[in-house]
Design a protein around this ligand. Structure first.
Ligand code: GUN
Ligand code: ZN
Length: 433
């Protein structure tokens, strides 16, 4: 058997399309054979079928995971790695929270060694929780990006990140200028975008901390470097929205501030989007921009209840974000659990299939990389998880009473966390964390 090959037998669950939009969107194969070659999916299907493509020598090497569940790696569409050390900060909402906790911590990331050290902790935490791809905020310092990408590259991860742009309304230590922000971003794009599995995101923090000039230059970067992402925050908190209105009186609404600077498009991802009018939803749809829904953050810093059905009605791409450190967990399972509860408070039932979709293929689609990751289709990169559905005494007890995979999935999302991530695999190989 070729050393670049791996065969795994056991239950597989993955999405082929979006459950809320189509029948048969999710595939569960009770006895599957997953055949990996050179870090990619070579075949995935019922054991009885796929095993016919294999030689006896290969079948002798099959790993048995019949008591586990194989799923694609989770995709975190919005997270801040420098905020790892201030997760779980007490007592404030967004604007106070930024000034009290966030900016002082982020001020320290001009030091490459510090950036690398925190990036290492952060990436280990992602992997422990089954997240294999993320769209990541760094800080205003170019060193914060180098530190992050150095560590992600060493682990062969598919990651998207960028230097924060902010040229006003924050302490001096976390500010750039419109011109230095532009030049530094340009250099970082040329250094990192498209290197291995790393991609760059132009990252204006949010409208209040950038001048119109800085946002316009961010738009120029997107025009100059097609394929580069735009990553920012949008309509998270009522005081924030009022502030944007005062700072940009000529804009029609919050989203329009970004729109006028040329920041919307298929590779634009805006975190939160809680308080949006129909006009903004329509524009998100028309430009193909995506929203990262961050439930633990929305609850933890008291921002509001995400209007899932409203955004779905406009057919907007939606991925899930942990938003650590505004978010209170690295676990995508716990993030889905909170997403379910947020919809319950609005009389909406978020199905476990749709939740799972938003954490895998839907996240990949929000990031415009659904041709590379998100499920077990042949040719996709083999970033995947082996879950232990019975990882804790309570899970074991509860799952004994689950009648089908759907119930098992919902129980996993509600009671599960890092303890159910039995193995995280990157490009077909298990990683240690
Ligand atoms: N808006 C601007 N900056 C931030 C941040 O760091 N976290 C969150 N949740 N919202 C923001
Ligand atoms: Zn955020």
């Amino acid at each position: 058997m070729n050393t670049n090959e791996r065969l795994l037998r056991g239950p597989v669950l993955h999405c082929l399309s979006e459950p809320d939009k189509s029948q048969g969107a999710i595939e569960y194969i009770d006895d599957a054979l997953l055949y990996l070659q050179d870090g990619k999916v070579a075949a995935c299907g019922p054991y009885a079928q796929v095993s016919k493509q294999c030689y006896a020598q290969q079948l002798a090497m099959v790993e048995d995971h019949s008591d586990k569940l194989m799923v694609p790696g989770f995709v975190d569409c919005h997270v801040h790695y420098p905020q790892t050390e201030m997760i779980a900060a007490y007592g404030t909402q967004l604007l106070d929270w930024l000034n009290t906790y966030t900016f002082p911590v982020e001020a320290q990331f001009g030091d490459l060694a510090k950036a690398e050290q925190v990036a290492e902790v952060f990436l280990q935490e992602l992997l422990r929780n089954g997240t294999t791809t993320a769209l990541v905020f760094c800080t205003v310092h170019p060193e914060s990006v180098d530190g992050f990408f150095n560590q992600a590259q060493a682990k062969h991860l598919r990651m998207i990140a960028g230097k924060v742009l902010m040229d006003r309304n924050a302490p001096e230590a976390v500010l750039d200028t419109a011109e230095t922000g532009y030049q530094q971003s340009k250099q970082l794009i040329e250094k990192w975008h498209g290197v291995d599995r790393l991609q760059y995101a132009v990252t204006p923090r949010f409208a209040p901390t950038s001048t119109a000039q800085q946002l316009t230059l961010a738009g120029q970067l997107l025009a100059q470097y097609p394929g580069v992402y735009l990553h920012t925050h949008l309509s998270e908190n009522k005081d924030e929205i009022a502030w944007v209105k005062a700072l940009f009186p000529e804009a029609d609404n919050y989203l329009d501030v970004y729109d006028q600077a040329g920041l919307l498009g298929r590779r634009s991802v805006l975190a939160h989007g809680i308080h949006l009018c129909e006009e903004q939803c329509q524009r998100l749809h028309d430009t193909g921009s995506a929203i990262a829904h961050c439930p633990t953050s929305n609850l933890f810093i008291g921002s509001g209840l995400f209007p899932l059905r409203q955004l779905q009605a406009f057919d907007i791409n939606i991925g899930m974000g942990t938003d650590v450190g505004g978010g209170s967990s690295f676990s995508m399972l716990q993030t889905l659990s909170e997403a379910y509860k947020i919809q319950q408070l609005q009389d909406v039932n978020l199905s476990p299939e749709q939740a799972f979709y938003m954490a895998t293929l839907g996240g990949a689609k929000a990031l415009d990389i659904e041709d590379k990751i998100g499920n077990f289709e042949v040719g996709k990169e083999a970033d995947f998880l082996i879950l232990d559905p019975q990882a804790t005494p309570l899970l074991k007890f509860r799952q004994a009473h689950s009648n089908n995979w759907r119930e098992q999935l919902f129980v996993l999302q509600t009671l599960g966390d890092d303890r159910v991530i039995w193995q995280t695999n990157i490009l077909g190989q298990p990683v240690t964390y």
